[in-house]
Design a binder for this molecule. Sequence first.
Ligand code: NCD
Length: 322
Amino acid sequence: MQKKAIDAPINGDFTNKNILSIGQFSKKDIDILFNEAAATEKYVKKYDGTDLLKRKRLVNIFFEPSTRTSSSFHFAMEAHGGSVKTIENVAFSSVAKGETLQDTVRALEQYAHVTVIRHSEMGAVSVAAEVAQNPIINGGDGVGEHPTQALLDLFTIKQRLGHLDGITVTMVGDLKNGRTVHSLAQLLSHYGATLNYVSPKELTMPKSYTDPFKHKGIAQLEHQTLSGVLPKTDVLYVTRVQGERFLDPQEYERLKLTYTITPKVLKDAKKDMIIMHPLPRVGEIDTAVDSDPRAAYFEQMRYGMYVRMSLLALVLGRSIQK
Ligand code: NCD
């Protein structure tokens, strides 16, 4: 099978495409994916799983630690009847013997039909996609993007709020290094959202992610505190300060808990606002918030499985709706 340009637009057809960046998705592509995810959710709730990807194999190559994303892809593939091999501790693999990223990916894909890669360097997943034969899914590339997380975040918002148009989303935390918000902001720009970026001045949202959609007339507002922002917010998207990206450990210590969401902070928030987090959290949401009906961060993981099931199916040319 011949693959197109590595980051070709989806353009209504996911088959054999790499999923590297949110820039590949139009609103129509998101609709196709979300229709599939909603149908998949229904089916799985009724029958526990499907046979849609029976005899298909996924290789998950994680050059950076992950529990949530690797297990989410794992369960997604298994729930479609497929099988998975996850290589997590790359330090013990041939990479430790000096093998290149390209060779690792080309070798492991010989056993499988689709590959998920997470890497600590921005752009590394695209480098792998240049040489790969199978479709490559970006499971997070350093401080770059995390497209599948953004897609599941958006699906969660749709399921919880019932619509996506014209909402106000407040992203708080490490917007400089957090790859999930880089992808989510781009995705929300399709829906006329108002975007509040709340961060310390050292960790602001990079313009390279937001400038490309400036022409769409999306309101993008930077803040250093949450006060005044919460009463108008529909979705509060909290992120972890990404300690592993800091060169100076003291700077991390100083900034890591700039914002902590507690029941008291939420007093000003709308009654029907939702609170999201890609997880893991390391103190930025107090556990006392977990019982608040607005907390959606564990549910987000469940929706993530349906979205990743759908993405795997569509990339492999299948659909639960056929
Ligand atoms: C996120 C990631 O890896 O970027 N986690 C995830 O995929 N669930 C967020 C984070 O690590 O802070």
